[in-house]
Design a protein around this ligand. Sequence first.
Ligand code: IFM
Length: 430
Amino acid sequence: MTTYTDLRFPQGFLWGCGTAAHQVEGNNTNNNWWEWEQEGGHIKGGDVSGLACDHYNRFDSDFALAQELGHNAHRLSVEWSRIEPEEGRWDMKEVDHYRKVMESLHRHGLVPMVTLHHFTNPIWLERMGGWSNPRSVDLIARFSGFIAKELGDLVPYWFTINEPMVIVVASYIAAEHPPRQQDWSAAMTVSRHLLQAHGAMYRAVKESTTHNPLVGPVHNMPYIEPYDPDSEHDRNAAALADLLMNEYFLAGIDTGTVGPPAGQGEEVAGLKGAWDFIGMNYYSRHRMAHDRPIDPAGLPPPDAELTEMGYEVFPEGFYRQLARLKKYAPPVFVTENGLSTKDDSQRCRHLLRHLAALHRAMQEGTDIRGYLHWTMVDNFEWAEGYQQWFGMVAMEPGTLKRLPRPSAYLFRDIARRNAVTAAMLREHLG
Ligand code: IFM
């Protein structure tokens, strides 16, 4: 029988959930995703984001619920296409809306953690070629500086671009997200622009407010291995995928250069050390085979426990990726971790196993300051539409009423105690 002990977290540890504007707000009609959804044929089940969770109108009651569920922080994104609906025109009504959102977070005891770009581009930028246009770097830096000046008194933590390398892979290599290309050369151009944009956004936020904001990237870090460890080709495929997905962006900020595979060490002014923390997202292990197309589910082993997305549940990979971040100077926030499942007892086990892995990485020296679960309420899962269940809270169809699942209460008890107790581990893991 396994003997469990309590896993305690340091004082001030942040507990909460993450969301993104387009996935929860509803009626984000002015961005490339909305336009793409209306074309039809791109989203599972023919879904469109539509009203999503109507969070745009219900944010106050959503934050009240988060507070009741023990959260003390909340990650969300501001929607660029609302704030700058046309190039160079700021919509002050929307700025005021987000001011109310941030004030509500404070009223409910939730530390605001704000992402500046989470997958969606304003339509006007997309028409110019989106991330493949070099102007995207200055344009997003200008937006970041503007909104940081407007909301800087209320936002202590800013994230630049959500999962830049997922943008590269999903939009320019695997053709799952708009503009749905399969073009390695475009992917490398976009990889360079995203890295340059990160540096420019970091500086823009820092220079636009006197409230000493902390700014960092949000990086998705799948644990990558060769499908067949005995195959040299698979080992090479895994090494290339790891370089692109995990190493390139962080090494770029660390050194201030664009390294392989998108560059040869070209210096980028203002990029070196442009991070006060690292936001880290983790979902799964991905096994790479040289002779198969990229599988978003990562070719899981036949006996693996799977989520509804087909991802392997692999907490050991979470531990290893967190341990890997020790070599960089800044502290870490886990900005996303979670799963899609219709079986909430699986979510409870998943949560505890991943928190145990995180705790182990902390014990061994990774400086981790918070855990933001993905996500609070079931929402619009991009190309998967509404056919996935990532929420600790369900949403009643039609009424959009929020219905907390048992995992939401387990998370509440963990957050309130600032600990995973041995009793919780015994109850859920046996
Ligand atoms: O829903 C997404 C989120 O927008 C980015 N990271 C992964 C999540 C789950 O797939």
